[in-house]
Write a protein that binds this ligand. Structure first.
Ligand SMILES: [Fe+2]
Length: 292
């Protein structure tokens, strides 16, 4: 599949390989890093920790000196540690994403303190570089102040959602639902903004529909979809600022062109196989099968 030009240069080889191999459930042997295995168990299974050298080096796909272009860098994109934790009364999925070579981390949608993720961060000595909100709904932003105060990392959100959800009316709405209002965004961004993370780099895709400024975070092999796309479902479009037409356009223009084996990490776990893949969603998700 041909990638949009903006995605092509994400497929770069790693600066160096450390033999770190990460496996999804059912894809092979999992091995927790020793420090992670000693700590408290997470509310949800922490699937993506792997110890250095836990899997052998794979053979080169092509002989040394071959002029053939390498296929998409699976070796590279698997070199991320991804830890999910369900947080808050609406059980949003908060993720910690880590470059294992450098220990730089980002948190996606902190719905609260997320003690399991915080314990990993502290114990491993990882440094939080970014706090990303996929959108401005209060269940996804409720932990912003806590994480920012604890780590000093900046809060990142699309400019449109920052403008939309900072309004007094929306702040009052958040309070009514029992969440702290959104009062802080340090880095309002636009489509195509890149978040460096150690040896990796995330690309922010503006995917309006669930909210005006919804974002998906893409690393080669991984897509954090917030409430834009769930496993076999999609986010509501009947809330303030929502638009089904915009959501379908986002799915068609921003998500469907990604590689089929892209792993889908949604903002809520509403059933089905978690995490999913884009290929599975193309088969089973009515928002992808019934509209295109
Ligand atoms: Fe939402």
């Amino acid at each position: 599949m041909t990638l949009p030009p903006s995605l092509n240069n994400l497929f770069q080889p790693p600066v160096r390989r450390l033999g770190l191999w990460l496996r999804a459930p059912g894809e092979g042997t999992l091995r927790l890093a020793p420090a992670a295995a000693e700590g408290p168990s997470l509310p949800v299974q922490d699937w993506y920790c792997a110890g250095e050298g836990s899997q052998p080096e794979p053979p080169p796909r092509h002989p040394p000196g071959s002029l053939r272009r390498r296929p998409p860098e699976r070796d590279f994109y698997m070199d991320l540690i991804i830890l999910p934790e369900k947080v808050g009364p609406l059980e949003i999925l908060t993720y910690l994403v880590v470059c294992p070579q450098t220990g730089e981390a980002l948190v996606v949608d902190p719905g609260g303190p997320a003690p399991g993720l915080a314990a990993h961060l502290r114990r491993e000595g990882w440094r939080l570089r970014w706090i990303l909100n996929t959108h401005g709904h209060a269940d996804h932003t409720a932990g912003n102040e806590h994480w920012a105060a604890a780590t000093g990392a900046p809060v990142v959100m699309h400019r449109l959602d920052w403008e939309f959800f900072r309004r007094p009316k929306m702040q009052e709405e958040a309070r009514r639902e029992g969440f702290p209002p959104l009062t802080r965004v340090d880095l309002p961004v636009e489509d195509g903004h890149r978040l460096p993370l150690g040896h990796a780099e995330g690309l922010l895709l503006h995917t309006p529909g669930h909210t005006p400024g919804s974002l998906c975070l893409y690393f080669p092999g991984h897509l954090f979809t917030g409430d834009t796309l769930f496993v076999e479902a999609a986010g509501r479009t009947d809330l303030p600022g929502g638009s089904l037409e915009a959501l379908l356009r986002s799915l068609q223009e921003k998500i469907l062109p990604l590689p089929d084996d892209t792993r889908i990490w949604p903002g809520h776990d509403y059933g089905g196989t978690f995490p999913s893949t884009l290929a599975a969603e193309k088969e089973n998700n009515p928002y992808l099968t019934d509209f295109f």
